[in-house]
Write a protein that binds this ligand. Sequence first.
Ligand SMILES: Nc1nc2c(ncn2[C@@H]2O[C@H](COP(=O)(O)OP(=O)(O)O)[C@@H](O)[C@H]2O)c(=O)[nH]1
Ligand SMILES: [Mg+2]
Length: 239
Amino acid sequence: MQSRAPRTREEAVDALVEVATTVMSNKPRELQLAGAPACVLLYGVNGAGKTTTAGKLAFRLRGEGRRPLVVAADTYRAAGIEQMVIWAERAGVAHFEGASGADPASVVYEGVQLARKRGHDVVIADTAGRLQTQRNLLEELAKVGRVTAKALDGAPYESLLVLDAVLGLTNLVQAREFNKSIPITGLALAKLDSSAKGGSVIAIESELNVPAKLAGVGETIEDLAPFQPASFIRAIFKR
Ligand SMILES: Nc1nc2c(ncn2[C@@H]2O[C@H](COP(=O)(O)OP(=O)(O)O)[C@@H](O)[C@H]2O)c(=O)[nH]1
Ligand SMILES: [Mg+2]
């Protein structure tokens, strides 16, 4: 850290880059997917990119030789389930969907049992969008988390908060609240291909000590990448 206040714009940017680099260094960014099966749970607000990210991730893991089962637990809307099924088919992976209106925690639980029975090594569960202000829906999400942990008998379980890079500090507010329902193990930052750069992730990583693990960089199935802090910081500060 510089010992004196920056004098020029250049020095100020250098100082910010240094702070961001410190915040983002030494965080484990690999998905923890050991277990039979492991499970990745995606949650966040409506339109953040959960379903798209689930589909892209399934495709990516399948490409790495895994056998994902996608679980459509966005049971509020028939369309929510359908969208997940379409993405699973696009990814060429198996899917399991709850009935419209079913309890999402039960759907995830059944999905994990089915994965075990059929030898899938990873479950990717999509959940309904909800706002960080909707107490009852956050409580429901907490139940999904508890039930998932129980279904997995301590196997690694990734709870990824999906964030829309286009949103600013509201992402930090979301992360704080969602983290109380299900402790976040990683962030999936969608829409990094847009003109927005998702700078709020630095604040979230700093305050909650959680790493961004995935970056959405477009609308096609291949547009998901491991999150790269160095290029992320470079894009924000144009360095
Ligand atoms: N450009 C871009 N669009 C994305 C990305 N991820 C998701 N989207 C779009 O964002 C919208 C909402 O995505 P969706 O996955 O349905 O959000 P959900 O409500 O959280 O499940 C869709 O139009 C997606 O195509 C991304 O990485 N880049
Ligand atoms: Mg969705």
